[in-house]
Design a protein around this ligand. Structure first.
Ligand code: SAM
Length: 182
C-alpha cells in the first residue's frame, strides 16, 4: 500500500490445470488487500497474465512476476518472512510483533503461501509460521485474513492509481464507470 516497507506474496508451488484459479486468486487477493507485489512459480504464466490484466483495468500500483527459484528468493530475502500454515502460531498471538517489525522497524515482509505439501526448510527459513486458525482451509482465505490483520483494516480505504474503471458501490445493482467520469 506504499505506507511503509513493501509486502510481497510468494506463491510456493503451482500444479498447471488444477491450481489455475487458486493461484490467480492468491494474486487478486494480494492486490485487493494491500500487498505491493506477488511472485508466482514460472509455470503460472496464465495466472500472471490475468492478475496483470485486472491491475491494468482496475488500477495499482501492484506488480506480478514469475520466479524460476522460489527457494533462492526465500534464501536471499532481505527482510522478515511469514509462512502461512495451519500448523503455525496463532495469528492473533503474533500479529503485533510482525507489525512492529514491518511498520516500526521498516522491514520488508515476504508472505509465503503453499499449494501442495510445503518442504520443511520453508518452516525453518520463516521468521514466523502463522496459522489463521489451526484448521485446514485455503491459502486465499488465510492470506486475506492475514493481510487484514497486518494492515488493521487500512487496506479497505486505499485509493487506486491509473485505473480505467471504477466500481460505484451501490445498495442494489451493479455500476462500473470509466475512471475519468466524475
Ligand atoms: N498440507 C499442506 C501443507 O503442507 O501445509 C497444506 C495445503 S493447503 C491446501 C495450501 C496452503 O493453504 C498452505 O500451504 C497454507 O499456506 C494455506 N493454509 C491452509 N490452511 C491454513 C491455515 N489454517 N492457516 C494459514 N494458512 C493456511
Amino acid at each position: 500500500m506504499n505506507e511503509t516497507a513493501e509486502v510481497v506474496i510468494l506463491r510456493l508451488g503451482h500444479r498447471p490445470g488444477r491450481d489455475e484459479r487458486m493461484t490467480t486468486h492468491v494474486g487478486l487477493t494480494a492486490r485487493a488487500l494491500g500487498a505491493d507485489r506477488v511472485c508466482f512459480p514460472d509455470n503460472a504464466g496464465q495466472s500472471k497474465a490475468t492478475v496483470a490484466d485486472i491491475t491494468d483495468r482496475f488500477g495499482g500500483p501492484f506488480d506480478v512476476e514469475l520466479t524460476d527459484s522460489p527457494q533462492a528468493m526465500l534464501r536471499n530475502w532481505a527482510g522478515k518472512i511469514v509462512h502461512l500454515t495451519m500448523y503455525g502460531e496463532r495469528v492473533q498471538d503474533v500479529e503485533g510483533e510482525i507489525r512492529d517489525a514491518h511498520q516500526d522497524a521498516g522491514e520488508p515482509l515476504l508472505v509465503v503461501v503453499g499449494a501442495e505439501k510445503v518442504p520443511f526448510d520453508v518452516y525453518e527459513e520463516a521468521d514466523w509460521n502463522v496459522g489463521v486458525t489451526n484448521q485446514p482451509h485455503s491459502e486465499v482465505a488465510g492470506l486475506a485474513v492475514f493481510l487484514d490483520r497486518l494492515f488493521e483494516g487500512r487496506e479497505l480505504e486505499r485509493e487506486w492509481d491509473d485505473a480505467d474503471r471504477r466500481v460505484i458501490p451501490m445498495e442494489t445493482g451493479k455500476r462500473v464507470e470509466s475512471a475519468d467520469e466524475e
